[in-house]
Design a protein around this ligand. Structure first.
Ligand code: NAP
Length: 364
């Protein structure tokens, strides 16, 4: 690993400190070096607050005082995302970098939502692409929203040894171990929204909040709960309406469910003819970067058919659900040539009594 990569790696790990808090902004980290010494570190903590570059520059002033100005002129910055050049809730970072006459800036990944820091700065040496893949990987949701105009979609399923997701009765809550369920609470915490199907709401009445995840509870922002109720099945008394978190229900024109002044929002005008439109709406109108799907086969199959699953997380327990089990896909040959729908296994880990299998679409 080169020294430059080492500094960028440190910037990446600083960025990850914002895992639970930066949404809808991306996670960004920044390291400033002078000679072979790191003199400033910063990361973006919350939307609306200072960006990583400004925090790192401030860190240099905090340690060096008045000397900082001349030292910064001889310094190199490593930042995980292209510095912003537009005024948002805070002034553009490009100005802070220019004002402090930083000599060289290494940028890991470009940001298409900005207007080209590299093109605008003629007096600063800029190198882009150092650990680009790693930098894109930590902000998959942000890049999906900006570039594909939809969130990064993770589908999670708890399954038995024989692939079932529920008993014939529909009972599914206790298929997996406590450790897996705790891991799901962590998955919920790192997603901006949880999408479930009306079938799951009517059968399981889940709360869909993140609880006892092991993360600092003060940092966890409860994900937005999202359901489509196109046939007016909700009464308004289900657990997804609890005040623990906000809830967005997509309904048709005749729905009786109403928005309240607190946590329930009704969307009556979105095009519900396919899930791609719904996902587009969530990205564009609600700035959702990452969404977790916790639903049964109805929604899972609809997402599969529309090629909308970016990541599949299976928690497989060593329990047998038997012949009448509900399977997680009911697709038949007529739906799509089934052999063309495939995933590749990215990782398998043991978790409690279960296995956690993480997969991504196999596009080959
Ligand atoms: N093991 C697990 O991880 C897990 C997780 C969740 C659920 N489950 C189990 O799964 C079972 C429920 O499965 P399910 O298939 O009935 O429920 P679901 O997937 O939660 O919801 C299915 C419903 O979604 C609606 N829908 C389907 N396609 C749609 C589309 N393109 N756009 C909008 N809405 C669409 C349909 O209702 P309308 O036609 O009325 O709109 C459909 O009946 C339960 O037994 C539950 O316990 C297991």
């Amino acid at each position: 690993m080169t020294l430059h990569e080492e500094y960028m790696r440190e910037a990446l790990s600083l960025a990850k400190r914002g895992l639970l808090t930066t949404r809808p902004n991306p996670m960004v980290g920044c390291v400033i070096t002078h000679g072979d010494k790191v003199i400033g570190r910063g990361w973006h903590e919350r939307a609306g607050q200072n960006h990583a570059e400004v925090n790192a520059i401030q860190n240099v002033y905090d340690t060096l005082g008045e000397k900082a100005k001349s030292v910064l002129e001889e310094s190199v910055m490593y930042v995980t995302l292209e510095p912003c050049s537009k005024t948002g809730k805070t002034p553009p970072c490009s100005e802070a970098i220019r004002e402090n006459r930083i000599k060289k800036v290494y940028i890991a990944s470009e940001d298409n939502s900005q207007d080209g820091f590299a093109k605008k700065q003629t007096d600063i040496e800029i190198e882009t692409g150092l650990l680009r893949d790693e930098a894109r990987d930590i902000n998959k949701g942000f890049f999906s929203r900006i570039e594909k105009k939809r969130p990064f979609i993770t589908a999670k399923m708890g399954i038995g040894l024989d692939g079932g997701i529920a008993l014939a009765s529909g009972e599914s809550k206790w298929i997996t171990s406590e450790e897996s369920r705790e891991d799901v609470h962590r998955l919920r915490a790192i997603n901006d929204a949880i999408f479930t199907g009306i079938g799951t709401v009517m059968k399981d009445d889940p709360s869909l909040t993140s609880r006892n995840s092991g993360y600092d509870e003060n940092e966890v922002i409860q994900p937005l709960r999202v359901v489509i109720d196109r046939n007016n099945q909700l009464s308004g008394n289900e657990n997804i309406f609890s005040e623990d978190s906000d809830t967005l229900i997509f309904v048709n024109k005749n729905s009786n469910i109403k928005s309240n002044d607190k946590n329930v929002f009704i969307e009556q005008s979105a095009d519900l003819s396919n899930l791609k439109n719904v996902m587009h709406h969530l990205a564009e109108e609600k700035q959702i970067n990452n969404i977790l799907i916790e639903a049964g086969s109805g929604i899972f199959d609809a997402l599969l058919k529309e090629d909308l699953i970016d990541c599949l997380v299976l928690y497989q327990s060593p329990k047998i659900l038997g012949k009448n089990r509900k399977t997680f896909s009911k697709l038949g040959q007529s739906d799509k040539k089934l052999s063309t729908i495939g995933f590749k296994i990215d990782s398998v880990t043991n978790i409690g009594l279960d296995k956690k299998i993480t997969l991504s679409p196999n596009k080959e």
